[in-house]
Design a protein around this ligand. Sequence first.
Ligand SMILES: Nc1ncnc2c1ncn2[C@@H]1O[C@H](COP(=O)(O)OP(=O)(O)OP(=O)(O)O)[C@@H](O)[C@H]1O
Ligand SMILES: [Mg+2]
Length: 411
Amino acid sequence: MARDALVAGIDVGTTKICTIIAAQQTDGRLEIVGVGLTPSAGLKRGVIVDREDAIAAIRSSVELAQGQAGVELTSAWVGVTGAHISSVNVTGRTNVAPGPAVCEEDLARAVQSARDAVPLPQDREIIHEVVRGFAVDGETGISRPVGMSGRRLDVELHAVTGTASIVENVERCVADAGVAVARRALEPIATGTAVITDAERDLGVILIDVGGGTSDVAVFLGGSIAHTSAIPVGGNHVTRDLARLLRVSFDEAEKLKCRYGRALPESVNRDESVQVQLADGSESEHVPLHLVAEIIEPRLEEIFSLVRGNIVRSGVYEQASAGVVLSGGGSQLPDTAGLASRVLDGLPVRVGSPRGVYGPIEAASNPIYATGIGLAILAAREGATAVDRPAGRPTVLDRIRDWWERVLPRA
Ligand SMILES: Nc1ncnc2c1ncn2[C@@H]1O[C@H](COP(=O)(O)OP(=O)(O)OP(=O)(O)O)[C@@H](O)[C@H]1O
Ligand SMILES: [Mg+2]
């Protein structure tokens, strides 16, 4: 296998760190050759709270993946998310410079004028941007206008803003764990890349990635990203509810949830129960599984209704005709899709797993790997390499090329 055919993504999550190393095959598919899944540390809701712990956790995830792939990573795409992010669609406009056709400088000016329209309070910056499309002399839906005749160029830009320091801290931890950050991507956009079909993206689809500390949302319309956000509630809240109400430790509640939990109490047999160890260690108790589901249901309902409210406010809720795709560890409880559909006005809901990749069955089918795989797919699309380029400052040429790749439509 050629070494320069390798790409990598690192998903720095609240509950787990997932490093994916993948090899690009000649048929265009990606083969997963290294997976490093380790428990996360030093992070809360996507924010670094203990640098040393976070660096150690990232390092062990990277080492695991490297060991499997038999290579040493020098760079990777890294996912960013957290409740601090918000998104906006803006437009930019420029007059095409005199000449035979629209040129790249015209695009750059149009994109810059769209960026200038993004409201940016102090401390916030654009952390991810996607060009949704161009219009030449009012003719919309143009993806690559360079070379076309025209006088006026408009651009529609999806800009995700976030707290600069939060994003920088995640990236510095990855760099200090020994891997250069080739590029960052918003996690729900990466996840969507892995689990959503082109047809769904065209029709209009809602992606909900229920993680540990946050639930990330991305809405795709007409083939492009239309809305992104993150809700500060996730699967860990479900576990904490179980722990508090049943008086068991967080670990015991997590085991109970993953082994016996269901999202809808009506599908649980009323006679079934399970023995749990109480937090004080003194006794164990029989807990009806119906009660477990009754505790889980309202928290998941809350997550999906917060997501619903968020998308309704963004104005795109009605347009998601292909329905909803769920991802993330928090979407794995049986009946979660049914419950989500109930809250989301009967929209069709499916649990998505990574597509267009092959490799270890577990990684290629389980939604908890979807973000890491999506990051690797994004890296592959942009011709990134994970092992050959020495870690270090990119050249001016690299930066110009990176900028172009970043602003051209693809999400
Ligand atoms: N089999 C399972 N059944 C139910 N829940 C599960 C299962 N496996 C994992 N989870 C839950 O999924 C959550 C973690 O999901 P995931 O790994 O996608 O999060 P993360 O990416 O680390 O977090 P975040 O995206 O919030 O930073 C935890 O709350 C965990 O309890
Ligand atoms: Mg996640």
